[in-house]
Design a protein around this ligand. Structure first.
Ligand SMILES: NC(=O)c1ccc[n+]([C@@H]2O[C@H](COP(=O)([O-])OP(=O)(O)OC[C@H]3O[C@@H](n4cnc5c(N)ncnc54)[C@H](O)[C@@H]3O)[C@@H](O)[C@H]2O)c1
Length: 254
């Protein structure tokens, strides 16, 4: 606790299962956390909970697919804190059909674009703003929440989701290469199946089948994802950039 004192963190999709675990852990570690989410009521509630515990948290409404709104959040962060040390791109959606994954031939173009706009373009917009702010101090950390679906074929998610996460991994590597000389680290985590409401989009038997194929024989937790993100934004990972850390209980070993 306390190793992120005097830092400013910005989490997108901050009120989701994984986002709120990350926001909570970074706040507990001493960071001033800006929690942004498309759902402002939930952002406010999360900030009230964390403020009650004595942590400095600022809630802001943000749809990451709205470039202008992303720029406004960057301005607020600059005015309020004067700096940005950590960005976690956590906002994401994974639309399913009634019976789980929508087959590639049935994904309509609007839905395809919606997923790419939020999961990939949103992270790109936020990272652009973050990179500009971080360059002012020649330091910073960007962590992208990718997915196992972006690493290999996924039997669960739609092609739009898998493509958005594969794109996010590529964006991670490109930004790591470009921003490394400015002291800015860019890494990704690729969670496998994590115990969150997102996994209830498919029948129980499907999740059980997945567990049977995981060497650790259980799903992961949001806190386990948060722990890895925290590792990536502290000096403990000081020679890691452009990496993708798989958090999947051994399900995918590459
Ligand atoms: N749950 C899993 O098994 C799993 C596995 C791999 C990766 N992930 C990724 O982890 C991240 C968090 O997932 P989660 O399971 O906590 O899901 P979640 O649905 O609980 O959280 C997603 C959050 O993103 C927010 N959001 C949605 N659209 C947005 C937008 N346009 N702008 C800003 N915020 C928006 C939602 O309001 C929500 O708070 C996502 O990027 C997801 O793709 C999840």
């Amino acid at each position: 606790m306390g190793n992120l004192n005097n830092t400013v963190s910005w989490i997108t999709g901050a009120t989701g299962s994984i986002g709120s675990a990350i926001s909570t852990l970074l706040a507990k570690s001493g960071s001033n956390v800006v929690v942004t989410d498309v759902d402002f009521d939930r952002a406010k509630n999360l900030s009230i909970q964390l403020n009650d515990l004595g942590f400095g948290v600022l809630p802001l409404q943000l749809d990451v697919s709205d470039k202008k709104a992303v720029e406004s959040v960057g301005k607020v962060i600059k005015e309020k804190f004067g700096r940005l040390d950590i960005l976690v791109n956590g906002a994401g959606i994974s639309p399913k059909g009634e019976n789980g994954r929508v087959p590639v031939e049935d994904i309509n173009v609007e839905e395809w674009l919606r997923v790419i706009n939020i999961n990939l373009h949103g992270a790109f917009y936020c990272s652009q703003i973050a990179a500009r702010l971080m360059k002012e101090n020649n330091s910073g950390h960007i962590v992208n929440i990718a997915s196992q679906a972006g690493r290999s074929y996924s039997a669960i998610t739609g092609a739009h989701y898998a493509v958005s996460k594969a794109g996010l991994i590529s964006l991670t590597r490109q930004m790591a290469g470009e921003l490394g000389p400015s002291g800015i680290y860019v890494n990704a985590v690729a969670p496998g199946r994590i115990e969150t409401p997102m996994i209830k989009d498919v029948p129980k038997e499907v999740n059980q089948q997945i567990v049977n194929n995981i060497p650790l024989r259980r799903l992961g937790t949001p806190e386990e994802v948060a722990n890895t993100v925290e590792f990536l934004v502290t000096p403990q990972s000081s020679y890691l950039t452009g990496v993708v850390i798989d958090i999947n209980g051994g399900r995918l070993m590459i």
